[in-house]
Design a protein around this ligand. Sequence first.
Ligand code: 13P
Length: 250
Amino acid sequence: MRQKLIVGNWKMHGSRASVNALIADIRQGIAIVKTTQVAVCPPVIFLGDVEALLKGTPIAWGAQNLCDQPSGAYTGEISADMLREFGCRYVIVGHSERRALYGEGDVLVARKYALAVKSGLIPIFCVGELLAEREAGQTEAVVARQLDAVLNHSGVTALQQGVVAYEPVWAIGTGKTATPEQAQQVHAFIRERVARHDATIGAGLQILYGGSVKAANAAELFRMPDIDGGLIGGASLNAVEFLAICQAAG
Ligand code: 13P
């Protein structure tokens, strides 16, 4: 039985003060969330604060990105081992904003995935199609290409160490959620594609949905058989809303 997982991706929002306040509010309300795993991914500079505030609580934390190299002369980059040192359990890999705005391609994303696993982090590996790709009937082809980049680079066993997040790009920050049926279809496709390599790993893989999830639509998405939780952007910046989404998964 796969456990549900809700992850807040705070993107580049907040200040030191607002992050501390948000963490305090989530901590205070987390007791109502019983069976769901919960994590937050703040901007990396706040990880020290977040670690201090969340250590010993049931809430895990992670980063939004990592370097594809273990260490060295990579100005401005953060390594997997550094993230581990700050207690990170998760790291988001291949988010569509990094693919689109910072030119991250499938090969780079696959290298980051491999390094995250090697360092003991759980990569949250994002896949998803653009609106034009969906309209051209290419959703499955795009998601397959993104998935295969990691499968070919690291092998199916690496998927046992990670989480996949299906985030249709047209649903991110737009208020336009995929319908539960649309999301379920792609989630089932992802699971089946992994299961082709290894049935047990496919069956056990946590696949999150991301894209305009809010308390009002969370329950109907999480009810679908292959949706194992959510990667939440905007709604994760509000503690009441985020906790309601966590509850909807329980
Ligand atoms: P929104 O929930 O704001 O649409 O963002 C989704 C996302 O990109 C999470 O990684």
